[in-house]
Design a protein around this ligand. Structure first.
Ligand SMILES: [Zn+2]
Length: 201
């Protein structure tokens, strides 16, 4: 699920307790899954999120639906696994078609929940908030989304966080966070290219 706060600031609520995942496992899952996803025409790294939403997900058995803004209020997107439906709020669907980072990443976020089988690995009855971040469905979906949209190869090829955001179709904020994660995982060296981010930051 992707939530927005009423003041327009994007946020993800603390999720539900699910089977634990490490960054390393999520990175490996992203690499396997990414190879099956379409890349936008004429692009090297940018995923074709419209095609993923309208072709890839339906072909995997997940139909898509859009709903009016008023019907769901601050919830931008959600998946109903039992009905095999991914629901996107109309304005987010428009952002997806406009190539805007939020619309694009929302689709990959929902795909990530499905790929991680959160509906299957959910610990029903777990006390909200009383679990580790690596067991949190929202933390996992967020980490997998970043790894899917910004491959290590893209990060190595990029000249700056702004450039990484541009070649992958993400926000600069997400690209900056992704670089910090890759540096922390020692997959990217802090001295690489023009990064101004060291592991301590
Ligand atoms: Zn979510």
């Amino acid at each position: 699920m992707t939530m927005l706060m009423k003041n327009g600031v994007f946020c993800t609520p603390s999720g539900l307790k699910v089977k634990g995942q490490s960054y390393a496992k999520l990175e490996a899952a992203a690499n396997t899954l990414r190879s099956k996803l379409p890349v936008a025409v004429g692009e090297q790294f940018k995923l074709d999120c419209i095609s993923i939403f309208e072709v890839t997900l339906p072909s995997a058995g997940y139909a898509y639906r859009t709903v009016e803004v008023d019907a769901v209020d601050e919830c931008a997107a959600f998946t109903i696994p039992e009905e095999r439906v991914v629901v996107l709020r109309e304005d987010v669907y428009e952002k997806l078609h406009a190539g805007q980072a939020f619309g694009r990443s929302t689709v990959i976020h929902e795909l990530s929940h499905l790929a991680l089988q959160h509906h299957v690995t959910l610990y029903r009855g777990a006390v909200p908030g009383q679990h580790e971040f690596f067991e949190d469905s929202e933390w996992q979906a967020k980490a997998l989304t970043a790894a899917l949209m910004m491959s290590l190869e893209a990060a190595k090829a990029a000249s700056s966080p702004q450039n990484l955001a541009e070649i992958c179709g993400t926000s600069v904020e997400s690209a900056t966070y992704r670089i910090k994660t890759l540096v922390k995982l020692k997959l990217l060296t802090p001295s690489h290219s023009l990064w101004e981010y060291g592991p301590q930051q």
